[in-house]
Write a protein that binds this ligand. Structure first.
Ligand code: SAM
Length: 290
């Protein structure tokens, strides 16, 4: 019997290692205008999406990242009505944001329409509650261009981007964070996917250094996502409201109850508060940001 195809995660080739994933079935593969896209079925992780050789989402562990990138900033803010997602083509984060009935409008700016298109077919759990929802606006554009030109302001901006390569590179730039600050409401929060510190330490330190040129509070919180290889994933945190990440546990729990205690599989009010307690080596990287 012929060996099954194996799809490599090439993101860490320069560190001398590669993960490979056995392919049950390729569901979709194409070179889009912006990136190389493969969607396939894996025997354990379920449906997996890779863009330019980097794992983006799997049906097995998506809940960790999607819940922590969404419920932490929204419940810490406490009164988020206007939310912006930059990237997020699979709509996994949009689905979580719309669980917050207090959010009046969610705008998603995605550069690659084909990611949203095939997600409608292959990630219906994410897209069904989102596409067509009257609180949801989808804009196909480069996130840099959108935040630099929009006249709207947002209480929470969630940057669910690819890694700082190809189309995603600009979303890690000072120029982009300057423009995000411009369209954040007073005391608003910016959260970003900021890589895996043990493997992408520079990405974290430089990201936080850029935050601190603009915001009173620039740091990160963490969670472990099995298919984002390397242990803790860092989620960048930037706001002028220094108190937000110190919101007491009972206040977060009360806000979650008020939001209807929708089901979660990773996020809890305890995990929310604990996520800002950083292991020493990550705290040192944050401190190094100056
Ligand atoms: N959670 C994943 C991760 O951490 O690697 C990211 C998932 S999501 C699929 C990433 C999305 O960012 C993709 O759909 C990609 O097309 C989009 N993207 C990349 N660069 C972009 C840009 N400059 N503006 C808007 N969207 C962008």
């Amino acid at each position: 019997m012929a060996d099954k195809r194996r799809i490599p995660e090439t993101l860490f080739d320069d560190l001398g290692f590669r993960m490979t994933y056995e392919v049950e079935r390729v569901l979709y593969e194409m070179q889009t205008e912006h990136q190389h896209l493969v969607l396939f079925e894996h025997p354990f992780f379920g449906k997996m999406l890779t863009l330019d050789g980097a794992t983006q989402v799997t049906t097995k562990d998506e809940f960790v990242y999607h819940e922590m990138m969404t419920h932490v900033p929204i419940l810490a803010h406490g009164d988020a009505k206007e939310v912006l997602i930059v990237g997020g083509g699979d709509c996994g984060i949009a689905e979580e944001v719309l669980k917050h009935k207090s959010v009046r409008r969610l705008t998603q700016v995605e550069i690659d329409a084909s990611v949203v298109e095939f997600s409608k077919e292959h990630f219906p759990d994410f897209t069904k509650p989102v596409i067509g929802n009257k609180r949801f606006d989808l804009v196909i554009d480069d996130g840099m261009n959108y935040v630099a030109t929009t006249d709207r302001c947002f209480d929470v901006i969630i940057v669910d981007s690819t890694d700082p390569l190809g189309p995603g590179k600009i979303l890690f730039s000072q120029k982009f964070y300057n423009a995000c600050k411009r369209c954040l409401t007073k005391g608003g929060v910016l959260v970003t996917q900021n890589g895996v510190p043990i493997l992408q330490s520079g990405e974290l330190t430089t990201g936080i250094r850029k935050f601190r040129k603009l915001f009173a509070d620039g740091t990160c919180y963490v969670a472990a996502i099995p298919t984002y290889i390397g242990g803790h994933m860092a989620m960048g945190w930037a706001t002028d409201n220094k108190r937000l990440r110190h919101t007491p546990l009972k206040t977060i729990a009360a806000r979650y109850r008020k939001a209807g205690s929708f089901p979660t599989r990773y996020w809890t009010s305890e995990m929310h508060v604990a996520a800002f307690a950083l292991p020493r080596f990550i705290a040192d990287l944050v401190a190094r940001a100056g």
